[in-house]
Ligand binder design. Structure first.
Ligand SMILES: [Zn+2]
Length: 129
C-alpha cells in the first residue's frame, strides 16, 4: 500500500490534510492503546515523515509515478528501424493519431519506453532488427 492510501489521502492532498490524517490514525493505533497496532503505527510514522517533508514527498511522488509507468501496459513494441529518422529524433504515429517523438539521445540505450503525451500510451523501442 502506498503512503497516501495508508493515510486515506489522495495524492494531491494538502500538508494540513496529511497532518490531520496522521494525528487521527496515529492516535487510534498507538501501541499504548487497547486498539493499538505497533506495525501500523510505525508505517504511519514513516508515511508521515516522508509526506510532511516537501523534498522527501516530491521524490516519493516521483517514485510512485515511475512505478505506475512500469506497470502501464506497453501498447506496442517497435524496432528502431520502424521509426522515421528525423534530424535529431525518431518519430512514429501513436494509435491516437498523435506523433510520438523521442530524441536520439534518449534512444541510445534500448529498449526504451516512449510515452504519448496525448493518450499516455507506452511504446517500447527495441534495438534495430
Ligand atoms: Zn497517443
Amino acid at each position: 500500500m502506498d503512503k497516501y492510501s495508508l493515510l486515506g489521502l489522495s495524492r494531491d492532498c494538502t500538508e494540513e490534510e496529511i497532518r490531520n490524517a496522521y494525528k487521527r490514525l496515529a492516535l487510534k493505533c498507538h501501541p499504548d492503546k487497547p486498539t493499538g497496532d505497533r506495525e501500523t503505527f510505525s508505517s504511519l510514522e514513516q508515511a508521515y515523515k516522508t509526506l510532511s517533508e516537501p523534498s522527501a514527498r516530491a521524490s516519493y511522488d516521483n517514485e510512485l509515478a515511475n512505478a505506475s509507468k512500469l506497470m502501464h501496459p506497453v501498447w506496442q513494441a517497435v524496432n528502431l528501424d520502424d521509426m522515421e529518422l528525423l534530424d535529431d529524433s525518431y518519430r512514429m504515429d501513436c494509435r491516437c493519431g498523435a506523433s510520438l517523438q523521442a530524441g536520439k539521445q534518449s534512444l541510445v540505450n534500448l529498449p526504451a519506453l516512449i510515452e504519448c503525451n496525448d493518450c499516455s500510451t507506452m511504446v517500447r523501442v527495441d534495438p534495430a532488427a
